[in-house]
Design a protein around this ligand. Structure first.
Ligand code: MHF
Ligand code: KIV
Ligand code: MG
Length: 261
């Protein structure tokens, strides 16, 4: 997958996207996805943080390297963490270029609408494809007072304006998070770059979910998540059986034991 090929899917077959944070999860997701996102949700999902604000550029680079090693076909996009891009377009370029150089990812993603348009333009014109992220922006949880979906009609025009501004600035795609279905529909029809929804209805050009949420490995998921697997139960069964067998001395058995030569 390339950035132009991804953009060409606007209005066509839905774009399949998932987050990945590790090489072997990336290898599995890569078989079915158009895009793998190394999301800053890894702070919560992998590192047990209460929100995404504590995630660093070093976290993103380390997980980005792992995912790039596991991916062959998909576009790999790395989230810019809180504090790494907001100050100025120049600071954003310095940090985003480090992410691209040190991971080999194809593009970066950053949260923000109109206020980030100059930064998106600065990066995009200098060789770094940018995916924007509008609607519910988890890095703004303290100003929003939590992870609040955009459901009030009075807020809709502002988010449509954000979508137009990031398109105009040169974003190649935009994540639309936590918005009511009619707003997602307006945004998808208002712009000519692909909209990738998360908690944003079917009225988008593609969908993304957090891998651990959809396989059933993260305990507290937002209501928009559909669970396609029961990984937590499978893991609990495996470790419980192991513990029982160690205690009973039935593991290791003969077939798991070296014989002398
Ligand atoms: N594992 C995981 N999955 C995610 O989808 C995800 C993360 N982590 N971390 C970053 C953000 C946070 N996300 C969330 C988390 C909770 C709600 C949620 O429950 N929102 C409710 C109300 C919450 C409130 O009132 O405080 C809503 O109705 O909008 C939405 C998005 C989505 N992102
Ligand atoms: C879920 C997506 C869009 C994200 O930003 C993340 O995982 O950090
Ligand atoms: Mg994110």
């Amino acid at each position: 997958m390339t950035v132009p090929a991804f953009m060409a899917r606007k209005g066509g077959d839905p774009l399949v996207c998932l987050t990945s944070y590790t090489a072997h999860v990336a290898r599995i997701c890569d078989e079915v996805c158009d895009l793998l996102l190394v999301g800053d949700s890894l702070g919560m999902v992998i590192h047990g943080m209460p929100n995404t604000l504590g995630v660093t550029l070093e976290h993103m680079i380390m997980h980005g390297q792992a995912v790039v090693r596991g991916a062959e076909r998909s576009l790999v996009v790395v989230d810019m963490p809180f504090g790494s891009f907001e100050e100025s377009p120049e600071v954003a370029f310095r940090n985003a270029s480090r992410v691209v150089k040190e991971t080999g990812c194809h593009a970066i993603k950053l949260e923000g609408g109109r206020e980030m348009a100059p930064t998106i333009q600065y990066l995009a014109r200098r060789g770094i494809p940018v995916m924007a992220h509008i609607g519910l922006m988890p890095q703004a949880m303290n100003t929003a007072g939590g992870f609040k979906a955009v459901r009030d009609e009075a807020q809709f025009d502002a988010v449509v304006d954000d979508a137009k501004a990031v398109e105009e600035a040169g974003a190649f795609s935009v994540v639309v998070e936590g918005v009511a279905a009619p707003l997602a529909d307006r945004i998808t029809h208002a712009i000519s770059i692909p909209t990738i929804g998360i908690g944003a209805s079917a009225n988008c050009d593609g969908q993304i979910l957090v891998f651990e949420d959809m396989v059933g490995l993260f305990p507290t998921v937002p209501s928009f998540v559909k669970r396609y697997g029961t990984m937590e139960e499978m893991m609990r069964h495996a470790v419980t059986t192991y513990a029982t067998e160690v205690q009973a001395r039935s593991f290791p058995g003969d077939e798991h034991t070296y014989k002398k030569k």
